[in-house]
Design a binder for this molecule. Structure first.
Ligand SMILES: O=P(O)(O)OC[C@H]1O[C@H](O)[C@H](O)[C@@H](O)[C@@H]1O
Length: 524
């Protein structure tokens, strides 16, 4: 490929986002080979199967239809022959009405005061996407409402929230697709007990607790009023659920219009993914680049650097979206995958990372492909700060791609009058080799539309990689064993008559834990 043409050819614009992948180790030939790989994996057919509601999550016999949640067209989406769009629209209308009720002040707590605090109790997909989207929309937050999240079973998490909320003006959203996740169940029970202690009459709990779940029975058993339960469906994977009522915090904390704009942005990316030819398809190209480094260069991780403080939570959301989806060792046919699958996803916010882990990106021994995400116009402008931010994002991209040669460093040291011995010792240490793969993902500004498109872009990237690796990106059996063991060990911690484990290390820790707790109890 002609170098002057390179940038033009290796740039894709879609749904308000621009991907510049000209700083990658690819040629026209390698790209064409990668595209061939996608075609061999029947990507176009698989894409169609996902979008049209086929049972692509074969291990759990479900569709994976998060795209239907943001389908802004009139096209029906069929699951087992019936259109899911009416139920989606109905739930959106219920969300809209609920938001209106809260925003107008008609929804009051048990003492008649309007809602001021909203607490999302949820974990994993019932937390990360919501937090990412809501933080990304910080300039659109409403005055007078504060968002809180209770996630971890660590009592410190709930305790910190209970310290700052007011029981008379707090609305809890218990967000759990299954309504059986330990952390959420325990936190929701503790929050309810606290509200009762604080004076909420039991018959008024409907003024303070709502739920979003696929398990209406369990939510009802917990004591949530049926009118306060918003549904989601088994074909919405937890890590893809922010577009459903699981994302209720988003319109509550902003406005329903903002939420619709977010959905619209995601829909625009879905349409691009659906229609664009593979070689011009942003998620497809990002997926292929990831495969190139994982499977041909042995890269173990992938860094996502957001040059937007409002996107600070995005890498954590991507960790679940990508690693829970593609952290698989067996194919959909049950055969061991003899190739690397999902990479370790990590990242953080720029410029903060430049003063921390970027050293390893520039001079470490590992190859780490990088995505730099940056809006050009700040939603919260102050002085020249956005110019500095953008300059540094571009500077990192330049430094990663081109580095600084040993020859240049040697010349500089010689000019400074360093001895030959000093030059020989220092020059290699100061050299920045460059040739590090970096994508620039740029948007005009972090609007709700751009944010929706960005999140959907990565969802589709993960899907494409899963197809090419031949794995099921929509189950997560690997997380189950820890839950079962956690339940067993919990029982053992609390009941000394239970049989000891065959693992002496485990026995030791259980006994030590009991001893410490007995001592604490004696001292009380
Ligand atoms: O929404 P919930 O059913 O409470 O699930 C919350 C999370 O927990 C599970 O363990 C899964 O690993 C996640 O995919 C899920 O998002």
């Amino acid at each position: 490929m002609e170098q002057p043409e390179r940038c033009r050819q290796l740039t894709i614009e879609a749904a308000g986002l621009c991907l510049d992948y000209s700083h990658h180790r690819v040629t026209a030939e390698s790209l064409s080979d990668l595209l061939e790989l996608a075609r061999e994996a029947r990507l176009e057919e698989r894409r169609e199967a996902m979008l049209n509601g086929s049972t692509i999550n074969t291990s759990e016999q479900r569709a994976a239809l998060h795209t239907a949640l943001r389908n802004r067209s009139q096209r029906p989406v069929l699951v087992d022959g019936s259109d899911v769009m009416p139920a989606i629209r109905d739930t959106l209308e219920r969300m809209r009405a609920l938001c209106q009720h809260v925003h107008s002040g008609e929804w009051t707590g048990h003492t008649g005061k309007p809602i001021k605090h909203i607490v999302n109790i949820g974990i994993g997909g019932s937390f990360l996407g919501v937090k990412t989207a809501l933080d990304g929309l910080r300039p659109f937050h409403r005055e007078g409402l504060t968002a809180h999240y209770v996630v971890n079973v660590d009592p410190a998490d709930l305790a910190a929230t209970l310290k700052v909320i007011d029981p008379e003006t707090t609305l809890f959203i218990v967000a759990s697709k299954s309504f059986s996740t330990l952390e959420t169940r325990v936190n929701a029970e503790a929050a309810k007990a606290w509200m009762l202690e604080q004076g909420m009459p039991a018959q008024d709990s409907h003024r303070h607790f709502i739920a979003v779940s696929n398990n209406i029975n369990k939510a009802t058993q917990f004591g949530i009023a049926p009118d306060n339960i918003l549904p989601l469906w088994d074909w919405v994977g937890g890590r893809y659920s922010l577009w459903s009522a699981i994302g209720l915090m988003i319109p509550l904390m902003t406005s329903f219009t903002v939420f619709e704009r977010l959905l619209h942005g995601a829909y625009s990316m879905d349409e691009h993914f659906r229609i664009a030819p593979l070689e011009q398809n942003m998620p497809v190209i990002m997926a292929l680049l990831g495969i190139w480094y994982s499977n041909y260069f042995g890269a173990q991780s992938h860094a996502v650097l957001t040059y937007a403080s409002d996107l600070e939570a995005f890498p954590a959301h991507l960790q679940q979206m990508d690693m829970e989806s593609n952290g698989k060792r067996v194919t959909t046919e049950g055969q061991p995958a003899s190739w690397q699958t999902g990479p370790v996803i990590w990242g953080g916010v720029g410029t903060n990372g430049q003063h921390a882990y970027h050293q390893l990106l520039h001079q470490g021994t590992r190859l780490i492909p990088v995505d730099i995400i940056i809006p050009m116009v700040s939603q919260s402008p102050i002085g020249e700060q956005q110019d500095w931010l953008f300059a540094h994002a571009l500077a990192q991209s330049q430094a990663l791609a081109f580095g600084c040669s040993e020859e240049t460093i040697r010349d500089e040291l010689a000019k400074e009058g360093a001895s030959q011995e000093m030059i020989d010792t220092l020059a290699p240490q100061k050299t920045i080799p460059g040739n590090k793969p970096v994508s620039l993902l740029v948007m005009e500004s972090l609007t709700p539309e751009a944010l929706g498109a960005l999140i959907a872009l990565y969802e589709h990237k993960v899907f494409v990689q899963g197809v090419i690796w031949g794995i099921n990106s929509f189950d997560q059996f690997g997380v189950e064993l820890g839950k079962v063991l956690g339940d067993q060990i919990f029982e053992q911690l609390n009941d000394s008559t239970l049989c000891a484990s065959e693992d002496s290390a485990l026995n030791q820790w259980i006994q030590r834990y009991r001893r410490i707790h007995n001592r604490c109890n004696d001292n009380r």
